[in-house]
Design a protein around this ligand. Structure first.
Ligand code: PLP
Length: 470
């Protein structure tokens, strides 16, 4: 289209004011406010102008578009004024899915959150004496019960914004200006650009790599220790495994080296379970308590991974070291608010009471293959009359969130296909449902793992599947 023709067409568009003041728009103004209506009209007209300049709208097209402008504005308003962050149904079987918000929160945690944050609270107030208090007190008291009698030294726990912040704070406090010894096989990158060497640089500590990618021995650490050494660091590999010709000192051996040289030993556990993973069939994955019992002085871990709580970074360990971290000015910059404390406190209280099933991530991990299978069979029966072909089969759920990369739980999957639709089309249709349902695709079929679907969502999933390809 020539410039001339397009500017002629642009002339045909009404002004924002002219549209917004039409009588049919008045109810929208009453409902959403005139300013929002004007903004929505502006967006719709801007889109039309662009389509005209790009030559995709001819005279007839404009005529049609202007005829439908009321609906277009309404749709724009719905989009502008609705939440972008919304709940989805996770049918992927990945329990701690970083893209889907990691751990779902316990109902008791949400009740406590609402109760504590909708008004004022004693976040930093000691009610008895009526004096200023410390916010960490609310959770440290629970950790005292979760980590009893670990060793001769008293333990404390503090909370920061996430585990990345916890590692930064720990390295800066214990090793600023000095060296930190780490195995080459542990210089990991965790999703979302958390790289140990980068965090080390930001903390002003100097990385001293020892060993090789696949093998590091105690003697490698011993040889690297010098007068500038401040800390020995062990990092959980989280998202990969080294297999074959490998060697890594046991954490107890590292603790002995640290002891001998009077150095602190820190472990970035990442996931940091507060329960025994052997109970759900996952071996060789140390809990926070295991790590502390092995002689690690400071353990860092996330609040929203295996712990099943809010986004947070926890630092548990020797009270004298934790106390230095609390006095570091970085701690003030990284501290968390009352929302996090409330959710964390209620989640930890569930652990203290051994009420594991009230923490959704723990409940999901503890479901047996048969529990999931029964629900899948029921769902398959309800879909028998639909146009989908549905099969229930064996598979694996993933813990995710950087638990051991091989940490899988046996499960039963619903495998879905449709004569006229590709797996991508089925998955896209399920994502369009309200609430959106997220699945995975393998070998041309859509797979749903009900382990991560809340039982009360099963009927919604059935409705969405029934609507697919109708
Ligand atoms: C997940 C993870 C982190 C980052 O934790 P965030 O809470 O996401 O900041 C750091 N280190 C390890 C080993 C991890 O697994």
């Amino acid at each position: 289209m020539t410039l001339h023709a397009s500017s002629d067409l642009l002339q045909k568009l009404p002004s924002v004011d002219e549209v917004a003041h039409r009588s049919e728009f008045a109810p929208l103004g009453v409902r959403h406010g005139q300013a929002a209506v004007i903004e929505a009209v502006r967006m719709v007209l801007k889109r039309l102008r662009k389509e005209i300049s790009d030559g995709v709208l001819n005279e007839n097209g404009i005529h049609l578009a202007l005829g439908g402008i009321f609906d277009a504005v309404k749709k724009q308003l719905d989009c502008d004024l609705s939440f972008s962050l919304r709940s989805v149904i996770n049918a992927t079987g990945v329990i701690l899915h970083t893209n889907l918000g990691r751990a779902p929160l316990a109902v008791s945690a949400l009740d406590h959150l609402k109760n504590v944050t909708s008004g004022y609270s004693n976040l930093e107030f000691n009610i008895g004496p009526g004096e200023r208090g410390k916010r960490d007190a609310h959770i440290d008291r629970l950790f005292q019960r979760l980590f009893p009698d670990v060793g001769p030294q008293p333990l404390s726990t503090i909370v920061v914004n996430n585990n990345a912040a916890a590692v930064l704070l720990a390295l800066n406090t214990m090793a600023e200006g000095g060296e930190v010894i780490v195995s080459r096989g542990e210089l990991v990158e965790i999703g979302g650009s958390f790289r140990i060497p980068d965090v080390m640089a930001k903390s002003n500590a100097i990385l001293r790599e020892v060993g090789t990618t696949n093998r590091t021995r105690t003697s490698d650490y011993e040889r690297a220790i010098n007068e500038r050494t401040r800390l020995l660091l062990r990092v959980h590999r989280s998202n990969f495994e080294v297999v074959g010709f490998t060697e890594q000192p046991a954490i107890e051996e590292l603790a002995a080296v640290a002891e001998k040289h009077g150095l602190p030993l820190m472990e970035d556990l990442g996931s940091g379970a507060l329960f025994d993973l052997n109970a759900i069939g996952i071996r060789k994955e140390p809990s926070v308590l295991d790590s502390l019992r092995s002689g690690v002085h400071i353990v860092t871990y996330s609040g929203d991974k295996l712990l099943g709580g809010p986004q947070a970074g926890l630092l548990s360990g020797r009270s004298d070291l934790i106390s230095r971290m609390r006095s570091n000015s970085l701690f003030r910059a990284l501290r968390v608010d009352k929302l996090t404390y409330a959710v964390l406190e209620a989640t930890l209280l569930a652990y203290v009471k051994h009420d594991y099933d009230s923490v959704p991530a723990l409940r999901m991990m503890r479901l047996s293959r048969e529990d999931v299978g029964r629900r899948a069979e029921t769902m398959a029966e309800k879909l028998a009359s639909s146009k989908l072909s549905v099969e229930v089969m064996d598979g694996d759920s993933l813990i995710g969130g950087g638990a051991a990369p091989s940490a899988k739980l046996p499960t039963r999957l619903l495998a879905i296909s449709h004569g006229d639709l590709t797996a991508d089309q089925i998955a896209a249709s399920l994502r369009k449902f309200s609430p959106p349902i997220v699945t995975r695709i393998e070998e041309g079929r859509v797979l749903l793992d009900l382990r991560t679907v809340f039982p009360e969502q099963d009927d919604t999933v059935v409705a969405a599947l029934r609507g697919t390809g109708e």
